[in-house]
Design a protein around this ligand. Structure first.
Ligand SMILES: *[C@@H]1O[C@H](CO)[C@@H](O)[C@H](O)[C@H]1NC(C)=O
Ligand SMILES: *[C@@H]1O[C@H](CO)[C@@H](O)[C@H](O)[C@H]1NC(C)=O
Length: 263
């Protein structure tokens, strides 16, 4: 009887907890939603692949904008729409300047995001320009996120972005995910394979995924290989860093990229 009850409880749990493919999509959404059309490719991706987990970095102004204030109404409306998708986990962008930014300013940004109304709130923080060598300041940043109340999570989600391999760093105990590669596709080819330290916590971001010999097939095979390595998340865009701000728009390969991760 006890076993049966336990099994029933387990199945009930399985029925409500969505099961996500291992590798999710991380989206540096560094674009102002002038109209809902700006974020529409992401909206479409979220609804097309409801069982694919997305980690969306919300970034109004290299951070939350004015301290202790609510975001621009355009952000409020468009984040509300993103929040209707249970496969979207939202994190607020916070600059850390490779450890040089004043701690008080970093902590203030976290509190500003935490003060956003729950209807357009975020679920944690993305610390950009994380110092690659361990810096104890980041312990207090992670603690601040994890001890704060976020709209849809008991414990705030933490992503750190040193953008390079950090070995078996203590950061892995402070963050849910760490971006261990953020560079061009040419650089990715040079550095491949990216060291797998804690793949289930590692993220890979590749931009400038273009040039001679780069086809849809190339994209699919890179995504397949990242998935088989078990990375937590990835983002790939064909926008060229020498020509544009690669996260201010979606590349023309965005839909195919997402479909490849979902496949
Ligand atoms: C990126 O753009 C620069 C400047 O237009 C160009 O020289 C370079 O070849 C492009 N890179 C790739 C990989 O296409
Ligand atoms: C590559 O993929 C894009 C987007 O899915 C599609 O529009 C395009 O036709 C494809 N190109 C080739 C050569 O298959």
């Amino acid at each position: 009887m006890f076993l049966l009850t336990t099994l029933c409880a387990l199945f009930a749990l399985l029925a409500v907890v969505p099961v996500y493919a291992t590798t999710g999509v991380i989206v540096p959404l560094y674009q102002f939603p002038v109209t809902s059309a700006n974020w529409a490719p992401l909206e479409t991706a979220l609804s097309t692949f409801p069982s694919l987990q997305f980690y969306v970095i919300i970034n109004p102004n290299s951070g939350p904008g004015d301290a202790d204030s609510q975001p621009d109404p355009a952000y409020q409306t468009n984040i509300q729409t993103l929040r209707t998708h249970s496969n979207a986990l939202l994190v607020g962008y916070v600059l850390t300047g490779f450890g040089t930014r004043a701690s008080a300013d970093v902590l203030q940004d976290i509190q500003t995001y935490a003060g956003w109304d729950a209807s357009y709130g975020v679920d944690g923080i993305f610390f950009d320009q994380t110092m690659a060598g361990f810096d104890a300041e980041y312990t207090s940043y992670s603690d601040a996120v994890r001890s704060t109340a976020w709209p849809s999570r008991a414990t705030g989600y933490v992503i750190m972005n040193p953008g390079e391999d950090i070995g078996n760093s203590d950061y892995y105990s402070l963050a849910d995910q760490i971006v261990t590669f953020e560079q061009t596709y040419a650089e990715f080819q040079q550095e491949s394979p990216i060291p797998l330290v804690h793949p289930a916590q590692q993220s890979v971001i590749i931009h400038t995924f273009t040039g001679p010999g780069v086809s849809n097939q190339t994209l699919s095979s890179v995504v397949t290989s990242l998935k088989s390595s078990g990375f937590a998340s990835t983002y790939i865009t064909n926008l060229n860093i020498s020509q544009t701000d690669v996260y201010a728009n979606f590349g023309s390969d965005f839909a195919q990229f997402v479909a490849d991760v979902a496949a």
